[in-house]
Design a protein around this ligand. Structure first.
Ligand code: HQG
Length: 195
């Protein structure tokens, strides 16, 4: 049984398209585990509640949470559908990182970081994670985000249950490029930016 494949389907259901598997999410993003198992069995006949629990437990990014009764499951972050997963607003470290692809830089330095298809821009506290996130889209580049100034100016941040920092958008003036080789932020003015 390919747990990675099943987990990708679970993420698809819990973050983006529950209707594809006739699954109902409540307003807090919870799906009934019995319903998940029954409906996922149409694609993966050997799927079971036990396997679902294993996937939740073993997930390297801890993408899922179970409710106290262990009869509901939800994704901790990454949604495109409008659910309220009861994120707690928190003060972030002074600097967070965002990994993206070089091909997006031009547009990002004009528009700032937008949440695109998701509800939030995703940020990480370490450079290595940002590199991995960026690699999903192409040749990676790491942006360093001046969260301290954002907080001073009233922007709000959330920390998901699995440690991903989230914010609605990041305007250009708070974005700098992080030089991974020199391990330092390159201060730039957006008007200096050419690629
Ligand atoms: C880019 C994975 C052009 C943005 C990861 C990113 C993460 C812009 C892409 C989580 C832009 C959106 C989220 C602008 C932003 N112009 N491009 N103005 N603003 N972008 O996948 O952050 O494995 O929605 O830089 O680990 O890559 O699924 O976001 O490259 O935590 O659990 O638009 O997904 O987690 O891509 O990844 P995504 P992301 P999972």
């Amino acid at each position: 049984m390919d747990k990675v494949k099943i987990s990708k389907t679970m993420s698809l259901i819990l973050r983006h398209h529950p209707e594809k598997y006739n699954i109902h999410l409540d307003k807090h993003g919870w799906a009934g585990i019995d319903e998940m198992v029954t409906n996922l069995k149409t694609k993966y006949p050997h799927f079971s509640k036990e396997i679902l629990f294993e996937i939740v437990k073993e997930d390297k990014k801890q993408r899922y949470s179970l409710n106290e009764n262990k009869d509901k499951i939800r994704a901790n972050q990454g949604h495109s559908i409008s659910v309220d997963v009861e994120l707690k607003s928190m003060i972030p470290p002074d600097i967070l990182y965002h990994g993206t692809a070089i091909k997006f830089l031009d547009s990002i330095m004009q528009q700032g970081l937008l949440s695109k298809n998701r509800l939030y821009v995703h940020l990480s506290k370490d450079v290595d994670t940002a590199i991995q996130v960026g690699q999903r889209h192409g040749k990676p580049v790491v942006l360093s985000i001046d969260c301290k100034s954002m907080i001073d100016q009233g922007y709000v941040f959330y920390l998901s249950e699995n440690g991903v920092w989230l914010t609605k958008n990041v305007p250009v003036q708070f974005i700098n490029i992080f030089d991974v080789n020199k391990n330092q932020t390159i201060r730039i003015e957006s008007s200096d930016f050419f690629i």
